[in-house]
Design a binder for this molecule. Structure first.
Ligand code: 4NP
Length: 157
């Protein structure tokens, strides 16, 4: 079984490409099948690579951060099982853009919190961004692992 996950921020160049890479890496380590992509609610940076600070700080922590900016599209709500957002305005925007009857579950990456936007801020903001993303991704992968093993037990009985 493959779980399809989309990470979403505003510009799709700082936070969501970082979260995409972290979730992919942690899910692989946990041995769960995922496909992870990222998108922005805005079109400002469509076609651009991730921000150099997101790439550099990620690389130092062992993540390969890549891809090109794209904007969230209506089809994403059916293509993905789970859409995770970085802050409250992303969450509100994604919910507003969701077609009625959308399949994807929409939730914040940080339960009850936010990953602040580091764009235009010093490198320390990117380190903090990764600290928050890594902690939340550990929790996400743990809950996905529990879901997947629950389903395996259901299908075996
Ligand atoms: P992101 O950061 O949403 O984490 O990719 C931003 C990148 C660009 C802009 C805002 C946030 N911008 O206004 O261009």
């Amino acid at each position: 079984m493959v779980i399809r996950i989309l990470t979403v921020c505003l510009g799709n160049i700082c936070r969501s490409p970082a979260a995409e890479a972290v979730i992919r890496s942690k899910a692989a380590q946990a041995g769960i099948g995922v496909e992870v992509d990222s998108a922005g609610t805005a079109a400002y940076h469509v076609g651009e690579p991730p921000h150099p600070d997101s790439v550099a700080v990620g690389a130092r922590r062992g993540y390969e951060v890549g891809g090109h900016g794209r904007q969230l599209a209506p089809e994403d709500f059916d293509r993905f099982d789970l859409i995770v957002t970085m802050d409250r305005s992303n969450l509100a925007d994604v919910r507003r853009m969701a077609p009625t009857g959308a399949r994807a579950v929409i939730r914040p990456l940080v339960d009850g919190g936010v990953v602040p936007d580091p764009w235009g801020k010093p490198i320390a903001a990117y380190e903090r961004m990764y600290d928050l993303i890594e902690e939340a991704s550990d929790a996400l992968v743990e809950s996905l692992t529990a879901q997947v093993s629950g389903r395996r037990q259901d299908s075996a009985s």
